[in-house]
Structure formats: C-alpha cells, structure tokens
Design a binder for this molecule. Structure first.
Ligand SMILES: [Zn+2]
Length: 171
C-alpha cells in the first residue's frame, strides 16, 4: 500500500490529508486500484477502479441463501445500487463511496443507513419503517427471505463475483 501524507484537503483547506492507494488482483475481475483519502477534519472518500477499461455494466444478483452473502462485491463511486424490495438505493456521484466487500458487507451499508433513521429520526413512521426493513435484511441474512440486488455502473468498475450474477451491458 502506498501512502502520501500532507496533501491539501478540499474541505478544510489544510495540508493534513492522507492519500492511500492499494492494488488488488481480484479473480474474475482483474487488477483493481483502491483509493482513499482521509483528513483529520472528518473528510474521507474512497473509490475503486479497474486497471482495464470496461464497458458499462448492469449486474443482477439474487441473494437466496446464506452462501450468497460471501459473494465478492466491487462497488465503485459511479455505481447505482438498487434494492427495490427495500425501496432503497445508493446513488452514484461525488459523495458516493467505492469499496471492495461482499454481499453481506453491502447489505451492512444499507443497515447502517436504516439504523441511523431508526435511532435519530423524530418521525415515528420513519422509525417504524426502518425497523421493519432492518428485520427484512436480518431475514435475508438468515436465508429466510430472498433479495434482488441490481448494480448499474456506467464505467464498468463494479461487479458481483458469482456464477449466479447476471451480467448485461448497460444501455
Ligand atoms: Zn480536511
């Protein structure tokens, strides 16, 4: 891992930002660069990029059992992640985080959003809905409920590594 300290932070303007770059060779995806920036002011950003130029991609994956939770997930900042059963999505863009994880880790990101809503919303309806969706994710993790995940990445920097993943060219 390469680390460069003392870089200019776009948020606080101080030269205290740390840049990190790491290379990972991911089977069935290829050489991948992982970038991250961290500043003591609280600003942080991360992303992933394939070394090889890839086509726009749409990945559909059905989580149908506990074994599917271990499938590797590469999600870049340009990816749109949709879980229609939860009526939730992660939008691509500047503030979108890129990461290499697995299906369980991806679901964990959605759980975190819901936990935040459950714990800090003043609206009882929002809390109730968040609790309901958290229960649903929990059932998915137990293998009791199936869940469809769709990832669309116009830069092709995302993947779910599984024979079960349906990969199409994004129109
Ligand atoms: Zn800063």
């Amino acid at each position: 891992m390469e680390e460069i300290k003392g870089q200019l932070c776009p948020v606080c303007g101080k030269k205290e930002l740390t840049l990190r770059e790491e290379e990972m060779d991911i089977p069935y995806f290829g050489l991948t660069f992982l970038f991250s920036m961290d500043c003591p002011c609280g600003f942080s950003k991360s992303d992933v990029e394939s070394a090889e130029k890839k086509d726009p991609v749409k990945i559909t994956f059905n989580v149908e059992g506990v074994g599917d939770l271990n499938a590797r997930v590469i999600k870049s900042g340009s990816a749109l992640v949709k879980i229609s059963q939860l009526k939730m999505s992660m939008e691509p863009g500047e503030n979108s985080e890129g990461f290499v994880s697995n299906v369980e880790g991806l679901l964990g990101k959605f759980e975190k959003i819901l936990e935040g809503q459950r714990d800090s919303s003043d609206d009882p309806l929002v809390c109730k809905k968040a609790k309901k969706l958290l229960k649903k994710i929990w059932k998915v993790k137990c293998g009791d409920v199936a869940l469809k995940i769709v990832i669309e990445d116009k830069n092709g920097n995302s993947a779910i590594i599984s024979e079960k993943a349906k990969v199409e060219k994004l129109k």
